[in-house]
Design a protein around this ligand. Structure first.
Ligand code: NAD
Length: 494
């Protein structure tokens, strides 16, 4: 993780970002607004440039004017400083058009800066053109850094990285032809969220959790990412991906490995990546029988009528998988990972449900089981909750569940930076801790499920918008004598 001194040193480290796909949804909604915040807070290097690269024709002025749709500012000076960093270059990285102009712009910046700059290529483009783009970047020598010191460029890649193991490996071969692993930043923006980073502090900074963080005490774990919105304008991408690939393969498996890994030797990216890898390698790879009993696929009502979605689409907008980690600590503990669009609300949480122990002393005072829970709420209302039982005040003895909460909003009087601000800073200082390493292991978990689902050739179970997903998801967990806990345990409500 970057130290204060590294952030200070960054000021004297000339840097240039090329944002391929600068006119796209992600660039407008996240990347440029995050750069604006960093610029406003004086966190960018003194010699800094953003080359906005996309196919449309824009002048610098018309491009920066268009960014006002997603960036609001109070002080005109902040805005002017920010736009002074940006230069628009029309080019097509997939068709290798005008990349020489881009290269010249990079070289000119270096000449003006009279320094060897750190070059960063940010691929905010459709994942379907990654392979062509990597090849063209390499052929055009954009992967090389400035000529003076031979410093190499860094490359940033958005999810998804491949759509199965085979395509991910082939993509990786193309990428590593031109970039070393130490220059590759695969983004999972979840890892940039404060609450996700806090998982390290929570697990390894508090002695009280380690002794109970295992199969002796924990009954099961629920990891949920529920979205209120549907596919919106991303129908063409989403319809080819589906919920399992779009969310479980990356975000939820990353969260699962962070909350279950053994303590790393050091707080650096090699040690953390190694620990996460050990978990991913220990997760069960499902046989077709297990897929039938341990997964659910659903599609929200009206999905087939969405823009750019196939009328006969069999793509799932809801996915549930019950996984196991086959190691000593977690053997026998089911992990329910579920995600869906157009559900009741927006929440991402990890809930550890502890084994219920009937305490002889209180057995007459319970109406129903009241196990302890630990909830890590990633979004919204970020925080941590612990459900305990307590005696209800009064003359009779009755035991009721109560929640102890730590809420970011009230505990820290500081704004939380957007995940992308954090990740952009890390890329600039060269810290890969919060980026994904090789993705092969997670595809090995997902591929057997996809294979069975593809062979089914049936429509996923339809669920009502605004519900908690298909009925089969409820049946699956009830069969295990358990119930869904989110949103029962949603914490830090306003
Ligand atoms: P988008 O379709 O809105 O934008 C893609 C951009 O790439 C556009 O600017 C387009 O003009 C440009 N482009 C397309 N072909 C090009 C080419 N040949 N040469 C140069 N530019 C080209 O897509 P998006 O939603 O912004 O997504 C970008 C990437 O980020 C994708 O990999 C996506 O999976 C990932 N991502 C997006 C989001 C999101 O919220 N939008 C979230 C997570 C990850």
């Amino acid at each position: 993780m970057p130290q204060l001194v590294e952030i200070e040193n960054l000021k004297n480290s000339p840097t240039v970002f090329v944002i391929f796909g600068a006119t796209g949804d992600l660039a407008r909604k996240k990347i440029f607004p995050s750069f604006f915040e960093l610029s406003k807070n004086n966190l960018l290097p003194e010699k800094f440039k953003i080359i906005a690269a996309a196919r449309s024709q824009f002048t610098n002025d018309s491009f920066t004017e268009s960014l006002k749709e997603t960036i609001t500012y109070k002080d005109k000076n902040d805005w002017q400083k920010f736009v002074s960093f940006i230069e628009y270059v029309a080019c097509d990285v997939a068709e290798n058009q005008n990349l020489e102009t881009l290269k010249k712009t990079l070289d000119d910046f270096e000449k003006d800066a009279k320094a060897c700059t750190q070059r960063v290529l940010y691929m905010s483009i459709s994942p379907f053109i990654y392979d062509k783009a990597f090849e063209n970047v390499g052929q055009s020598k954009l992967n090389l850094g400035c000529d003076i010191h031979g410093k190499k460029a860094r490359i940033v890649i958005e999810k998804p990285f491949g759509h199965d193991l085979k395509s991910a490996l082939s993509l990786n071969d193309k990428l590593t032809k031109y970039f070393d692993e130490s220059e590759i930043y695969r983004i999972d923006h979840f890892l940039g969220k404060e609450t996700v980073q806090n998982i390290f502090a929570f697990r390894f900074g508090n002695e009280i959790f380690e002794p109970v963080w295992n199969n002796k005490y924990i009954d099961h774990v629920q990891i949920t990412m529920a979205e209120y919105v549907g596919v919106e304008k991303r129908g063409d991408y989403y319809d080819k991906a589906g919920a399992l690939r779009d969310v479980i393969q990356n975000h939820l498996l990353q969260l699962m490995s962070l909350v279950t890994m053994e303590q790393p030797d050091k707080f650096d990216h090699d040690s953390i990546r190694q620990r996460k890898l050990e978990i991913l390698q220990s997760i069960n790879k499902m046989t077709p029988d297990v897929v039938s009993n341990s997964t659910v696929r659903g599609q929200y009502e009206g999905y087939r009528q969405e823009e750019k979605v196939d009328n006969d689409s069999l793509t799932e907008t809801y996915a549930l998988t019950k996984l196991h980690i086959e190691n000593e600590r977690w053997q026998g503990v089911p992990f329910y990972l579920r995600t869906g669009k157009k559900l009741t609300g927006k929440v991402t949480s990890i809930i550890f449900s502890f084994k219920e122990r009937k305490h002889k002393l209180f057995e007459n005072f319970y109406d129903k089981p009241m196990p302890n829970h630990v909830t890590l709420q990633i979004q919204p209302n970020e925080g941590i909750g612990i459900r305990l039982v307590a005696k209800k005040p009064g003359l009779t003895t009755s035991i009721e569940p109560v929640d102890m909460e730590f809420c970011y909003r009230t505990s820290f009087d500081a704004p939380q930076p957007d995940a992308y601000e954090r990740l952009l800073m890390d890329i600039m200082v060269g810290d890969q801790t919060l980026f994904i390493g090789q993705v092969a292991e997670s595809w090995k978990i997902i591929d057997p499920i996809e294979e069975v689902w593809q062979n089914q050739k049936t429509k996923p179970e339809v669920y009502k918008t605004g519900s908690w997903g298909p009925e089969s998801a409820d049946k699956l967990i009830k069969k295990d004598n358990r119930e869904w806990l989110a949103p029962l345990l949603t914490i830090c409500k306003i």
